[in-house]
Design a binder for this molecule. Sequence first.
Ligand SMILES: O=C(O)CCC(=O)C(=O)O
Length: 301
Amino acid sequence: MSVETTAVDWRRDGYLVRQGLLQESEIAELRRRALDLARRFHGDDIINKPIPVDLLSEPMFRPLILDPRILGLARELIGPRLVYCGDSKITIMNIRGRFHKDSSPAGIWPSARGYDPFDPREGPYDVLRIMIYLQDHRQLAGNLRVRRGSHTGPVVHYVTWPRDVLFWMSGRLRSFPGLPRGKRINLNTAPGDVVAFNLRVSHGINAVRLRGLPDVCLDPKVERFVPPWFRAPEAAERIAVLITLGAPGVHLERYIQSRMERFSSNRRFQSAAFDSPEIRELAERAGLELRTDLIGQGAAT
Ligand SMILES: O=C(O)CCC(=O)C(=O)O
């Protein structure tokens, strides 16, 4: 099944796959660079080890952040003004992820995960994440899965439902709590396909897939019960490139704030250097606005 979706689908689905936006040869080169970068920090033990650099600060990946194809795609979806705040990284992970949204602030209850900060009066949500996968997910499991259209629904967990109803009744939650919704979709991307998703979309990383049934998207809660013989093969190193971009406004402010709270001791932000005059100039030429609030956040570790 083709994974391609169109900009018209974006508002309805909350995600988009642009097939072949990058060349396959570029993906092979990015993969080589990602492995080099990971080894620079962690030697041969690179799986599940955070790589403490943001990609605009890192010369090997800077051109990707400023690439007109990437920025053009983001502009198509959230408008002409784009802001980069330092939230980008390479991950090489075999950890699996449950469905979650990245728009909500983390922290101690009641402002923690599960609290939905979305107020429809604040306009469409315009912070997105660009995802580039550096292996062929048509052949290999470990792909991203999304819940189609879930960006219009509240953040909710079964166990917190009574609490969320209370929040809704007292006006603290703007959208009525509901059960998770949206069809689960496997994004089985080819090298060169680029994914964009609204950060309010429920998504889960690193899917287990059934052998011979690549479009069957399992709930992460049940996938661990799939026996090894029924599992589709996976990459030895599942490499993903993540880039968050947003339009200036209340949603981006809230996102930056939540990153500051959540990652207050993150080495990636501690070592970021994308506020140098040289990088500022490059960004300006690409029409990319910079927010440097996250630079230097937290203690050096
Ligand atoms: O690695 C992936 O496929 C997506 C990671 C991500 O965006 C997340 O878990 O929030």
